[in-house]
Design a protein around this ligand. Sequence first.
Ligand code: ADP
Ligand code: ADP
Length: 226
Amino acid sequence: MAVVTLKDVRKVYAGGVEAVKGVSIDIPDGGFCVLVGPSGCGKSTLLRMVAGLETISSGEVAIGDRVVNDIEPAERDIAMVFQNYALYPHMSVYDNIAYGLRNRKTPKDEIDRRVQEAARILAIEPFLQRKPRALSGGQRQRVAMGRAIVRKPQVFLFDEPLSNLDAKLRVQMRVEIKKLQRALGVTSIYVTHDQVEAMTLSDKLVVMSGGQVEQVGTPTEVYRRP
Ligand code: ADP
Ligand code: ADP
């Protein structure tokens, strides 16, 4: 677990698009911060800079007391959950979840213990030997989350993880994500364009527009304003 600090972060893409224009946000240890705003306002770019998938043009991103601007994604102690699941189709659910731990040379019995624990928390134990294509959208999204929680990272990053699910499943997964984050207490940043999702999930809501922060507060504070 860790505090995440963004200080005057900017992103100018090659070609000159200024996607993020000086954003500063503090997320407390164990906090759930949602970045909400219309398509193109810079949410994904900001998240990808925290993840290390995009270079930072200026400013600072810190995880705990460590500035991570020039640190490789694999060294950042973060786990990211994507909209399109990003599962390996040829691997079983078990191997998908275990993949990151195997890469880190975690001992085999420790891997097994953690995969089984994640599968139990996410209720995907019956599917561990299946391939992703034999799962529903909701089950696949659970596997993607399993892959994130098994690493026991300091920070979770979510990029519109529920956008591809139908409305009923979105509501159900919203509740599950919140429960999971409360249980694990991992500092989280969650990107969405859905205001209901933003309101139900966040303790800290950041409303973005045109690459800048427009409002910050608890969901009640933000949505109560005229
Ligand atoms: P959001 O996640 O809020 O939809 P993005 O961060 O994806 O917003 O995009 C912010 C702006 O940056 C948009 O104008 C988008 O077209 C632009 N952009 C995003 N990725 C790139 C890229 N790789 N190269 C150039 N421009 C980009
Ligand atoms: P999202 O809405 O989730 O941000 P997009 O469909 O806008 O996704 O972008 C998908 C991919 O295309 C991302 O990797 C993004 O960085 C890239 N991208 C978006 N806008 C541009 C752009 N104007 N030029 C180059 N790449 C872009």
